[in-house]
Design a protein around this ligand. Structure first.
Ligand SMILES: Cc1ncc(COP(=O)(O)O)c(C=O)c1O
Length: 912
């Protein structure tokens, strides 16, 4: 039996122990007096002991059935034991217990029970009543518990839309462990008899308590406050759940308390029907999908099509002689749901009043936003919408230079004055990290000193980056607000939509941080802390301000936007994205310009299937996002562990850990790696709470330079061509494996198998290699792992595009449009003429965006001065794709004359 320390997740531990118990009981039943019988008996006993600690948190098979199995073992009923264990383990693995009652004894199991779950059609599964579990928190004896369960069960009615089972835990701590362990729980009923502490001492379960963060200090609670406090804590860790508080305290007393997500307070302990109806209604409110449902209804109505969409209802296909295969491939429903109508129960994305509006409101609730807007053409468009809505020409924006290209184009369109921020470089792996807070503060303080703070409008950062570096969002915002209290934040969370549904991840999402900040800024403690710090920092110099953790003034405005590619990390058709808004001044100041920007960039023919998929994707995350994200993190963690501990893989590969991708100065916790072969798993909660940057463990960067192949070759020639494994990001010596909510343990196992095979082949090849071949291999590895060109910083905008020298902002729009006139541009060859021009003292200025893939962000933007470092980097790049660069002509640069004219006239401001 593996030790608890080998497990990252209690879920995997539970599932592995059930499988082991199934195997051991079957073996013992087959040969009860065989050679191995004694060992098997010991093993079964150990497994029962281990499972007993975790089964109390689950409704199936339930403590009673579990104890019954155990008694069968003790009484030597080995066949019954093996039968029951087999059924329980199988039902757990297939999820059959969610669809029907699974009796564990042979007499009750009828023929229908043997039906193979795997054979169920998708339609049958879709029509089955959905199952969930309700956690009741009360310290009850066996008799009381049975009475309670029976009462709840008696409330079931045939017309109920869902079916649920109950699981009873005694204490506040057990409830917290329970909701973080048992993903089937959708509602929690908190009754007055609950106690405080859990009796479990299983570390893997106790670890969950850390995630409730605020659970510290609960020791001093009065017993009567346990219930309300539990409701508050549930809101923190699983805000999507419903809680019901049953209390004996007076209405007045309860009214004054923070009850978190409590949907209803019950004063009558025995009102089971009301409770039952409320529980169902609570889940129903998450289950409903206004737009998807409207579209399904619409597609059932007979309609005559007299609008411009021949594919609608499949008409142009079914009458065709040549394109019927498309109809056969997609099936009829997608065409029945294709329409350009905005009436008949549907809605208009551009002017939503009906089901799209409702769907967006539900999405706002799910993601913790105040408003949410759907987009049907990706986060590329969302970014442009937000930038246009908020930036006026001439406003200053601070932005990470290695952000997605949609932002750079957004800056051009908005006419913003751009201050590019440098991320810390990871030269060893040819990739960038993220922008240190010190750099952001430094730029803000410089702008303040130059008297330009009024012009500064927005800070735009990527959270998390493609490679998985995640900001301490709340801290960044608070410290920036301390310098500029009305600063607006746009967090590009294209890769981070899923984060809301993992408690550890959630704390670093823009919307969660915005909600926390709102609460914090309202508190009297914050006002006091701010006043105290003001006093202390009265004459502080920049160095002191950079070192100090700044406190935001109570009057600071919380103005936060996040854009998410729902389609990248959650269920949605491609291009389905969302803009989440949490801006205190949205209604007063932004709504109108936001509408205009939305109109500018949104098609008047938005795709309904994408909108419907966003609606359904939202339903999914509200009901099972927690489970899926938990599984995803588990899959990624087991992948990290498997690669890190496999002796053969270690020879050629390395999984980059937090310590490789985040310099020590940004990791206050000191945690280097989330898994250590000697110490086991680190609880990542602590680093996620404190460190300046953390690593999203679900994105696994593998250094492959040791194989002698560069990242791109490894991706295309080895992974793709040979093994059919697709990935989409590489650096010079790394490849990135992204897990997602669909990643399974088997897909991870397959990847590991492939890597082992690659390593084996390499071993064999090197075994047979000649001395020369070996030397060549070593050279290649050295070139990939050691001789790496340093990553260049942003140089600067040419003076022609700057208003003065005091700060670094540049007018990218003028530069961009200046290049529209061919006469203003010239081409210089990378090796010869640029070097000569620079030697002669000329400032060479790029006329276009130059974007090499990888790394995929501009190393030059229009108006930027070419530096020696950038040239060296470009020359050393051995990638095939460099957007904006013409190898036949060279680099497109501005003529000296064009720049001189601009400087002289500070005209022609070509674009205005
Ligand atoms: C950080 C970032 N933002 C935005 C986008 C664009 O998202 P979409 O593909 O949804 O348009 C991407 C795409 O890769 C990205 O990496």
């Amino acid at each position: 039996m593996q030790s608890v320390n080998d497990y990252y997740s209690a879920i995997q531990l539970r599932s592995d122990r059930w499988s082991a118990l199934r195997a051991a009981t079957a073996a013992l039943a087959r040969d009860p007096s065989g050679r191995k019988a004694d060992a098997l008996r010991k093993e079964i006993e150990r497994l029962f002991d281990a499972l007993a600690l975790v089964e109390t948190y689950w409704a199936f098979p339930g403590v009673q059935a579990f104890d019954h199995l155990r008694r069968q073992f003790e009484h030597g009923n080995l066949d019954d034991l093996a039968f029951g264990t087999h059924r329980a383990a199988r039902a757990l693995a297939t999820g059959a217990y969610r669809r029907r009652h699974i009796p564990l004894d042979r007499d009750s199991a009828d023929a229908e029970d043997h039906e193979d779950e795997a054979m169920l059609s998708p339609e049958a599964r879709a029509l089955a009543r959905h199952y969930f579990e309700v956690m009741i928190v009360d310290d009850l004896n066996e008799h009381q518990e049975r009475w309670l369960r029976n009462n709840v069960q008696r409330m079931r009615r045939p017309e109920d839309p869902f079916v649920y089972e109950t699981v009873v835990v005694p204490s506040l701590e057990d409830a917290l462990i329970g909701i973080l362990f048992n993903h089937n729980v959708q509602a929690v009923v908190v009754r007055p008899g609950l106690t405080l502490k859990s009796k479990t001492d299983l570390p893997i379960l106790k670890r969950y308590l850390n995630r409730a963060g605020g659970a510290e200090g609960i020791e001093s609670l009065k017993a009567e406050d346990y219930g309300p406090e539990l409701c508050r804590l549930i809101a923190k860790v699983r805000p999507e759940l419903d809680a019901y508080l049953v209390t004996e305290r007076s209405v007045e007393e309860i009214a004054g308390l923070d009850l978190g997500i409590c949907r209803r307070v019950f004063y009558n302990q025995e009102d089971f029907l009301e409770l039952h109806l409320n529980i169902l209604r609570g889940v129903q409110s998450r289950y409903k999908t206004p737009f998807f449902t409207a579209l399904v209804e619409y597609s059932k109505q007979p309609t005559g099509v007299f609008h411009a969409m021949p594919i609608s209802r499949g008409k142009s296909i079914s009458r065709s002689h040549w394109i019927q295969d498309m109809g056969a491939f997609y099936g009829p429903n997608i065409f029945l749901a294709e329409t350009s109508a905005t009436s008949g129960g549907l809605d208009s994305l551009l002017e939503p009043h009906g089901p799209i509006k409702k769907a967006q409101e539900l999405a706002a609730r799910a993601f913790g936003a105040k408003q949410t807007f759907f987009a049907t053409n990706g986060t590329s468009t969302c970014n442009k919408i937000v930038v246009q809505a908020l930036m006026r020409p001439g406003d200053i924006v601070l932005i990470d230079r290695d952000c997605h290209k949609s932002h750079h184009y957004g800056m051009v369109l908005a006419g913003a004055q751009v201050v590019y921020l440098d991320s810390y470089p990871l030269n060893d792996y040819s990739m960038y990290g993220a922008v240190p807070l010190k750099e952001v503060k430094h730029q803000l303080l410089k702008l303040k000193a130059a008297g330009k703070l009024d012009q500064v409008r927005m800070l735009l950062l990527t959270n998390c980056t493609f490679d998985g570096i995640v900001y301490n969002v709340e801290r960044v915002m608070e410290e920036c607000l301390a310098i500029k209290p009305d600063l607006i934040f746009l967090w590009d969370e294209a890769w981070f939509a899923f984060a809301r549904f993992g408690p550890t991840y959630r704390q670093r999402t823009a919307m969660n941080a915005a909600n926390n900040l709102r609460e914090k800024l309202r508190s009297p403690e914050q006002a006091k802390a701010w006043e105290k710090q003001q006093e202390k920092l009265k004459d502080a110099d920049e160095a002191t301000l950079l070192k100090t953790r700044l406190v935001a003034p109570p009057e600071a405005r919380v103005r936060v936007y996040a854009t998410q590619s729902t389609h990248k990390t959650l269920t949605s058709l491609r291009q389905g994205s969302m803009i989440h808004v949490n801006d205190q001044d949205f209604k007063g100041e932004v709504e109108q310009s936001f509408r205009e920007a939305y109109m500018t960039h949104t098609s008047t023919s938005p795709n309904y299937q994408i909108i419907a998929s966003l609606d359904v994707g939202r339903r999914q995350v509200e009901l099972e996002g927690f489970e899926f994200v938990q599984r995803q993190v588990e899959a990624a963690m087991s992948m990290r562990k498997a690669i890190a501990t496999h002796p053969l893989l270690q020879k050629y590969f390395k999984v980059l850990a937090a310590g490789d991708m985040i310099p020590a100065e940004y990791r206050e916790s000191g945690v280097e790696s989330y898994y250590d072969p000697h110490q086991g798993w680190t609880d990542i909660w602590e680093c996620w709470e404190r460190d300046e940057f953390v690593l999203d463990a679900t994105r696994v960067t593998l250094a492959v330079g040791g194989t002698g192949w560069d990242g791109d070759t490894f991706k295309t020639k080895i992974l793709m061509d040979k093994y059919g494994i697709q990935i989409n990001k590489t650096s010079r010596n790394t490849v990135l494996f992204m897990t997602n909510i669909g990643t399974t343990r088997s897909s991870v196992a397959y990847l590991i198998e492939v890597l082992v095979e690659i390593a084996n082949e390499l071993d064999e090849r090197l075994d047979d290699a000649s001395k020369m071949e070996r030397l060549a291999f070593e050279h290649r590895v050295k070139a990939l792992m050691v001789d790496l060109p340093p990553l260049p910083d942003f140089s600067r905008f040419h003076d022609a595009f700057r208003s003065d020298q005091s700060t670094t902002e540049g007018d990218i729009r003028t530069a961009f449009f200046l290049s529209y006139d061919e006469n203003n541009c010239d081409y210089l060859a990378l090796d010869g003429s640029i070097r000569q021009a620079m030697k002669s003292g000329r400032e060479v200025v790029s006329a276009s965006f130059i974007i090499p893939y990888p790394p995929g962000f501009p190393i030059l933007v229009p108006g930027q001065v070419v530096s020696e470092e950038i040239l060296a980097f470009m020359r050393a790049l051995d990638v095939n794709e460099i957007h904006g660069y013409r190898p036949d002509l060279g680099l497109r640069v501005f003529t000296e004359e064009a720049l001189d004219n601009l400087v002289k006239n500070k005209l022609p401001k070509a674009a205005e």
